[in-house]
Design a protein around this ligand. Sequence first.
Ligand code: C5P
Length: 299
Amino acid sequence: MSLKKAINQVSVPAPAKVNLFLSVLGKRADGYHDLVSVVAKLRLYDLVTVETVAEENSLSCDCLGETALIGIRNLAEDAVSAWRQATGVRVGIRVVIDKRIPLQAGLGGGSSNAVATLLGLNSMMESPMGLDQLMGIASKIGSDCPSFLLPDLCIMRGRGERMSGVHPKRAEELKGRRIILFKPSLGFPTEEIYELMARGGKYSRAEDANQRLEDWEKGRLSLEELLSNDLESAVFSKYLFVPELFELLRNEFSLRPLVSGSGSCCFCIGSRETPWKEVEKSIRKAWGSETFVEVVDFV
Ligand code: C5P
């Protein structure tokens, strides 16, 4: 396989995601958990630039504006290695990531960066790989990665490798709705949250999760009724400031707050009447002025 001669640099936007629904069905023999989750992309992007450099097999990755990532192996580097293995192309690669998605947030930033890297590299090929092959590579890089190969709302199953679309009406309903993201200054470690959940041993039944999804897809359940996350009880048991703020947001603004993935970013989907500035003020008052707060649209 070979690269197009005319292109030596591409920039690819990497969106953030939230989990609107996350059911954990049980622990698998490989240590991961079987999930059913509805994943929605947001208009909050990192920008990933991939360029070829002269030195064969070289690989560098810089994250602009994120000192916490200096010297830490990045999923984007794993994407380059996986792409090299799949294609045999050995050209030197430099990846530069302009970060806006907060880290350790449950917003999928690292996974999205890896997929944007893969898509950027793929677009430089004379004969690009198809979606199936890209899915196979993405699922090896990280559980969340395949969901970033589909453009907007999707359902993920298994460890995260089995993807399907949702009824177009449900995707349509999300368009134009705004969502407030709020993340405390600390991140929550994914592995630990799953471990806490596993110790509790309270998994959802696959039949119940699938029934709820079907009810939502067929319009028998509203989006607000669908919103849930099985990892939330593990988060609540360790980080008590989260349920405290959730209660306040429910009581003061009639919002329905939720943790995204394993956190630490949380979100509320608003309506036309939502007083965003007031909500933001309450969040900052509770969690401090350094809290990440951003109102964004769904993709
Ligand atoms: O695949 P990824 O590296 O994103 O997963 C991070 C951690 O989250 C895993 O090491 C595992 O502890 C947990 N996880 C899980 N089941 C999943 C996805 C993630 O237990 N389906």
